[in-house]
Design a protein around this ligand. Structure first.
Ligand SMILES: O=C(O)c1ccc[n+]([C@@H]2O[C@H](COP(=O)([O-])O)[C@@H](O)[C@H]2O)c1
Ligand SMILES: Cc1cc2nc[nH]c2cc1C
Length: 351
């Protein structure tokens, strides 16, 4: 597959800021390493933002929504009409992520990447990046054209650049799309070379025979894709419009040194797509949590990311990412505000 989207280079994390953050962590009034993952997180954020101590002052959560043709194969516990209905709920402020975004003090932007009937809204936090009336059925055929996949990626990159230019220092990712755990399972099976049964979960709640059927659909799609795993191949074959836009946002944010906070299984699958296109983008990613879908843990391993939270979430929407925003801010504040052994006159470790 010819590589079509022009991907600007991504700089490595800033080593000077990382060294400074590491050194400061070691001087803070605590036994070395005692703040666990928060220490590594603050150091990563320093490297991302080229700043020691780093700050997260203008976080934004993006929820990309789209429909999936595979729902006609009976792989979800809910009808695809719920995708558009939940977008209305996000815009009205009543969804879980709406509450959690307010709790975290984060902006919330809802993006229509390809809901069956295009969303029409003049809400300031709504944005249409509509790529089509849902994807085709991945059980049968490639779900989108190459042009749609390129457009998804390019729109995501452009959106991330725009948000970086507007001063956002953290982009948290969320999604909404009935059927998208099937797409995410296919992508995870492909990129992580795992059996369908290993990476396919219950999604919104499919059980017993319907769950076995979902596994068979994933296995069939992965077999159909075969070796077409370069570049945009997997996205074209099984991806979703929202997954393509999310992959683009990851690449675009990394290009602008904006931290990326992944949410659940689907946003993590989008990171697998981004990794295949621009591996360095993953250095800019933080995994908010590891949820209940079995493929989520496997995709995180492939990305080399250690999740911050383990709450058995399986909602999506960016809910887990929203919950982790205050943790990121806490990690930054610890680095910036804690006293050092010298400043607080506390004795250091016995040598
Ligand atoms: O983020 C997750 O890990 C996650 C796990 C299970 C379900 N979801 C959400 O549920 C929807 C997809 O589930 P399904 O069963 O329709 O494939 C979609 O809107 C996701 O946001 C999300
Ligand atoms: C109600 C509902 C809310 C959701 N939020 C994300 N995925 C969802 C799926 C359903 C079914």
């Amino acid at each position: 597959m010819e590589q079509v989207v022009n991907i600007e280079p991504i700089a490595p994390l800033d080593q000077a800021a990382i060294a400074q953050a590491q050194q400061r962590q070691n001087q803070l009034t605590k036994p070395q390493g005692a703040l666990g993952q928060l220490e590594a997180l603050s150091i990563q954020l320093a490297g991302i933002r080229q700043q020691c101590p780093p700050t997260i002052q203008k976080p934004i959560i993006i929820v990309a929504a789209a429909d999936h043709g595979v729902t006609e194969s009976g792989v979800s516990a809910y009808p695809s009409s719920v995708t558009a209905q939940m977008v209305a709920n996000f815009l009205a402020g009543g969804a879980a992520v709406s509450v959690l975004a307010r709790h975290a003090g984060a902006e919330l932007l809802i993006v229509d990447a390809g809901v069956q009937t295009a969303i029409s809204s003049s809400a300031p936090n709504f944005r249409s990046e509509w790529l089509g009336a849902g994807t085709k059925n991945l059980a049968i055929e490639p779900v989108m054209s190459q042009a749609q996949a390129q457009s998804a990626l390019a729109r995501g990159i452009a959106l991330a650049h725009e948000l970086a230019d507007a001063g956002h220092d953290l982009i948290a990712l969320g999604e909404m799309g009935i059927g998208n755990t099937t797409a995410a399972a296919c992508l995870t099976a492909i990129y992580c070379q795992q059996a369908a049964a290993t990476v396919t979960g219950h999604g919104t709640g499919v059980q017993s025979e319907q769950y076995q059927h979902k596994i068979a659909v994933v296995a069939q799609a992965v077999a159909r894709v075969g070796e077409n795993i370069d570049g945009l191949g997997p996205l074209i074959e099984v991806g979703g419009f929202e997954i393509g836009i999310l992959a683009g946002i990851i690449v675009g944010a990394a290009q602008r040194r904006v931290a990326i906070l992944l949410d659940g299984f689907i946003t993590t699958a989008a990171a697998l797509v981004a990794q295949a296109l621009a591996p360095q983008a993953i250095e800019y990613c933080i995994a908010a949590h590891c949820g209940a879908e079995p493929g989520h843990r496997i995709a995180l391993q492939q990305l080399g990311l250690r999740p911050l939270l383990q709450l058995d979430l399986r909602l999506g929407e960016g809910s887990g990412a929203a919950l982790a925003i205050p943790l990121l801010q806490a990690a930054c504040k610890i680095l910036g505000e804690m006293a050092t052994f010298a400043s607080a006159q506390v004795d250091t470790a016995n040598s």
